[in-house]
Write a protein that binds this ligand. Structure first.
Ligand SMILES: Nc1ncnc2c1ncn2[C@@H]1O[C@H](COP(=O)(O)OP(=O)(O)OP(=O)(O)O)[C@@H](O)[C@H]1O
Length: 638
């Protein structure tokens, strides 16, 4: 009876014609239509169109379709041009924009009574959100498991913990609250913890101190600890940072030996089964570990996080590290920003009364430093937010620029631009400036190419290459990676540094774009083609254990040139000198947003060169790349 309300009288809409229009205007794919038809048993009802919208949302990496966010007047965002393109097929009489279903309440009622929707069925409904079943399961599992882990009782001697915290974080009366100490106390006393913070806020330093404290607490039976990151580059960086932080702590050798230094990729930890998308470790064959630390957690998609967490034994603890403001994962989900999205710069997470009392006891000798409050967020007591950057001092333009962009503060942005910081350079996008950018790129790249010509070792060549990177916000057009790559290659050829006249050439830098589990080469891995003594070319890669690996070029999975790379692909990497190019205003679509530009800026360690129109920087800062999910709702953020 209810459902009848949502069927369209035949004279109102020619469904076939409408669907053809949606396919023709690339709003949906034929495969989306096939699935929607299957789930709705050939009925063109409201649910049919909602399934099309759901698949559109999933293709934009949303975990679900939030019914309240649908533009009910024009759900597929058809423009007048789109409609005229389809005027042969869609009758003029049909009003524009056409809405095939009424409003959120009607849609909800239709979904509630639909046979494809519900537990154990292909579609799920949760808190006004429509999901594909698989993604709803991942999200529900993770939110439950995070909560369970956070609530897991940890047996600990508070006095001993407090003494160790004071040893690693001596009380400094000049400082208000040492949030690194709080983060460490929290992670030491919890089965689950998220430590978020911008670049250089001390996430790795804090975790290294945490590991020293934990291993001191459990000397009788030291914890089995693993460090992972989503990409080889990020894992290599984590290893480097942990080694650096350990060195600065001057730990006794027996304690230092209990703190792992080598991080690995999540795929390596789980053990890829060649030619499948399955792993050796899973719920039935869990990992043998007590504590897992995941760095760059913002890059981990929902499916991979689900596989990782399922492979943890029931007693294991989990710590997620990352910058909540960076770009979300390439695939579906936005776990870190879902868990930390409520945290605002300049404020701190609100801990519950009991938790605040405990933290005051172990960190501040019982002084009433942290104020507790009633919280509806299940992970309130498991979240730490580090905000003070120790890498970027107050005279660093990179840090100031990152802060202004992240805070969407146009005044501060202007001040940064006017100030003239030595670690920042700004250029426009005029023809001469564009050409000068290419020349600068060629100057930088000439260093590693000259090293190849003088037969330097692969390690040195890779190190020189990775000092500089040109990052682009988009792929296509003159400001996109494809064109930039071609033009830089031409410049280098003009300087006789490369001879790009065949498919492979000495010095050619490549980035793998497809996982190859057999060769253990993964999306994002960077290689350089180098000749051996006989002149035979090999693609050389340096893995996260700093081992050089050689491959015959013909065996490589798909790859692309990488003189320029997209900001998306640069996540998890850092470069001494980063050049960033944003397209001009008429080409800066929805893709250029705050998270993207912030991620690009924060890849720079020593110098950032920004090539863009000032108004594009302002526009991107105002545009937020939100992803829809129900994770925060499941965790009851209220
Ligand atoms: N409390 C502190 N006081 C002084 N220096 C610190 C402190 N914490 C960290 N640092 C220094 O700041 C730098 C960055 O620290 P760390 O690598 O731990 O940050 P991070 O948040 O892990 O950085 P990223 O994730 O961006 O690599 C290091 O040189 C470290 O020694």
């Amino acid at each position: 009876m209810m459902q009848d309300m949502f069927e369209f009288p035949a004279e109102e809409l020619d469904h076939q014609a409408y669907i053809t229009l949606l396919i023709h205007t690339r709003r949906v794919r034929a495969a989306d239509v096939a699935l929607a038809k299957l789930l709705c048993q050939g009925q063109y009802d409201a649910v049919f169109y909602l399934v099309l919208l759901l698949q559109r949302a999933e293709q934009s990496q949303h975990t679900c379709l939030l019914l309240a966010e649908i533009d009910w007047q024009n759900p597929f965002s058809l423009s007048a041009d789109d409609m005229s393109a389809g005027s042969d097929t869609v009758s003029e009489a049909q009003h524009l924009p056409y809405t095939p279903f009424g409003n959120p309440d009607m849609a909800l009622a239709a979904l509630n009574s639909h046979p494809a929707v519900g537990e154990g069925r292909p579609l799920r409904l949760f808190a006004g959100r429509l999901y594909l079943g698989r993604l709803a399961d991942y999200e529900a599992y993770l939110s439950d498991r995070f909560q369970q882990m956070a609530e897991q009782p940890i047996q600990q001697d508070a006095a001993q913990l407090s003494a160790l915290l004071d040893q690693y974080f001596p009380l400094d009366n000049a400082q208000d609250v040492d949030w690194q100490k709080v983060a460490c106390a929290m992670a030491a006393s919890s089965g689950f913890c998220v430590i978020t913070g911008g670049p250089g806020t001390g996430k790795t330093t804090t975790v290294t101190k945490l590991l020293a404290i934990l291993q001191s607490l459990y000397t009788a039976a030291p914890l089995s600890i693993k460090l992972v990151a989503p990409t080889g580059k990020a894992a290599a960086r984590l290893s480097e940072s942990i080694i650096g932080a350990k060195g600065r702590l001057s730990l006794p050798p027996e304690l230092a030996a209990l703190i792992p230094e080598q991080a690995q990729t999540i795929h390596r930890l789980l053990g890829v089964i060649p030619n499948t998308n399955r792993f050796i470790h899973h719920q039935q064959n869990p990992l043998h570990i007590d504590l897992l630390i995941v760095d760059e957690a913002s890059m981990v998609d929902l499916a991979l996080m689900n596989k990782l967490v399922r492979a943890l034994p029931s007693h294991a603890r989990l710590i997620l590290l990352g910058d909540k403001d960076q770009l979300a994962s390439v695939d579906t989900g936005s776990i870190l920003s879902d868990l930390c999205g409520h945290l605002k710069l300049g404020t701190q997470p609100a801990y519950t009364m009991d938790r605040a009392a405990f933290l005051n006891q172990v960190c501040f000798a019982g002084r009433d430093v942290l104020k507790g409050k009633a919280s509806r967020y299940a992970l309130a007591d498991a979240t730490a937010f580090l905000q003070q950057s120790h890498r970027f001092k107050s005279d660093s333009g990179i840090g100031q620029l990152a802060f202004a962009v992240n805070n969407n503060d146009p005044q501060q942005l202007q001040q940064v631009i006017n100030h003239g910081y030595s670690d920042l350079s700004f250029y426009g996008l005029g023809v001469d400036q564009y050409n000068a950018l290419l020349e600068r790129a060629a100057d930088h790249y000439s260093r590693y190419l000259e090293a190849i010509q003088s037969h330097s070792e692969p390690e040195e060549v890779h190190a020189l290459f990775s000092q500089y990177q040109l990052l682009a916000a988009v792929r296509e057009g003159p400001y996109g990676v494809a064109e930039l790559n071609k033009r830089i290659e031409q410049k280098l050829a003009q300087r006789s540094l490369v001879a790009p006249y065949s498919r492979f050439y000495a010095g050619m830098p490549i980035m793998i774009t497809q996982n190859d589990y057999q060769l253990k080469l993964f999306n994002g891995d960077i290689g350089i083609l180098l000749p051996d003594a006989q002149g035979q070319l090999y693609a050389t890669f340096i893995d996260e254990q700093s081992t050089v690996r050689h491959f015959y070029p013909a065996r490589l999975p798909s790859f692309e040139l990488v003189y320029a790379m997209t900001i998306h692909k640069s996540q998890g990497s850092e470069f001494d000198y980063t050049a960033l190019i944003l397209p001009p205003i008429q080409r800066a679509g929805k893709g250029v947003n705050r998270q993207l530009v912030y991620t690009g800026i924060t890849r720079a360690k020593q110098h950032l060169e920004l090539n863009c129109q000032p108004q594009v920087l302002q526009l991107s800062m105002q545009t937020e790349a939100g992803r829809q999910s129900g994770m925060a709702h499941r965790l009851h953020i209220g």
